[in-house]
Design a protein around this ligand. Structure first.
Ligand SMILES: C[S@@+](CC[C@H](N)C(=O)[O-])C[C@H]1O[C@@H](n2cnc3c(N)ncnc32)[C@H](O)[C@@H]1O
Length: 281
């Protein structure tokens, strides 16, 4: 079968399965199977696929058609310009989480050897993005999932940042000393179990539950994180937490024991990252 025909069939199959951006998905998966760039697809529409290639392509298209996210099929996602390995053990890094990295970099400037902890590191994307920018920083990354930590550690090695981040298995900030960190950063699970039906089916069915759901209302993990962050932050240190799209008022109230409570907005103007300072006194 020719490449052009295989693509056309795949687009139809994905459209029939109501997968969004069917052409984009079909092309991305063809690039993955053939190990080529997009220009090749357009330059060689008459290229005959070998039977192995056609078979592999049919398999990955069938996976995508049943809702498996393309990133889990391909095994990669870009974040902060870095290439991260992703498996179903970790959340797929999202562009809005780059706001956490940006805000952390702003705050870390001017601190000679900032000490930072990333809580719920998943693929390691926040901690490793920070490590790639802050050569002198002391960075820790925690996750309750050992499987996620394995991926994060692999990413550290692949990105040549092994040794720059200390990975630990644990429940939030348990086990860290008082007044230890300049920055606590996190993209915690923040979707409520009560709103599971509003979550995209692909997320609900394929991304790890522990990464997505933050308790019955969605703010239970964040509540505990805020309490623990007040303990482990140095006086004057900052907490940065990604939140759900309608949670800012609730989180502002939860953060009332912090100072200078503010939110970074995402590109749609939605408050997305809590920034709060632990008082000095
Ligand atoms: C929303 S994901 C974020 C992953 C990654 N930081 C990112 O931004 O893509 C939340 C992560 O928190 C971890 N997690 C959930 N509950 C936790 C807890 N009590 N202590 C530590 N990590 C936890 C999950 O395993 C998951 O990797």
């Amino acid at each position: 079968m020719q490449l052009r025909e295989a693509l056309a069939r795949a687009i139809q199959q994905l459209e029939d399965a109501a997968v969004g951006s069917a052409r984009l998905n079909a092309e991305m998966l063809m690039m993955f199977v053939l190990g080529v760039g997009r220009a090749y697809l357009y330059g060689h529409p008459e290229r005959e696929l070998t039977s192995e290639e056609a078979e592999s392509y049919a398999e990955v298209i069938a996976e995508r058609a049943r809702g498996v996210p393309a990133q889990y099929i391909i095994g990669h996602q870009e974040f902060w310009g870095l290439d991260f390995l992703v498996t179903p053990a970790v959340l797929i890094p999202r562009p809005e989480t780059e706001h956490v990295v940006e805000a952390a970099l702003d705050l870390a400037q001017g601190i000679e050897r900032p000490r930072i902890v990333d809580v719920g590191t998943g693929s390691g994307c926040i901690a490793l993005a920070l490590a790639s920018e802050l050569k002198g920083a002391d960075i820790y990354a925690v996750d309750i999932s050992e499987d996620a930590l394995d991926i994060a550690k692999t990413n550290a090695v692949r990105l040549q940042l092994g040794g720059r981040v200390t990975f630990r298995a644990g429940d939030l900030l348990d086990g860290f000393a008082d007044d230890e960190f300049d920055l606590v950063v996190s993209n915690p699970p923040y979707v409520g179990e009560c709103e599971a039906d509003k979550v995209q089916a692909e997320v609900r069915k394929f991304e790890p539950r522990v990464a997505v759901f933050g308790g019955p209302q969605g703010t239970e993990v964040v509540t505990k994180l805020l309490q623990q962050a007040r303990r482990v932050l140095k006086p004057g240190g900052h907490l940065l937490v990604e939140i759900g799209f309608s949670q800012s008022e609730k989180v502002r109230e939860m953060a009332r024991q912090f100072q200078d409570v503010d939110f970074v907005e995402d590109l749609q103007g939605i408050p997305r990252v809590l920034v709060a300072r632990k008082s000095r006194g």
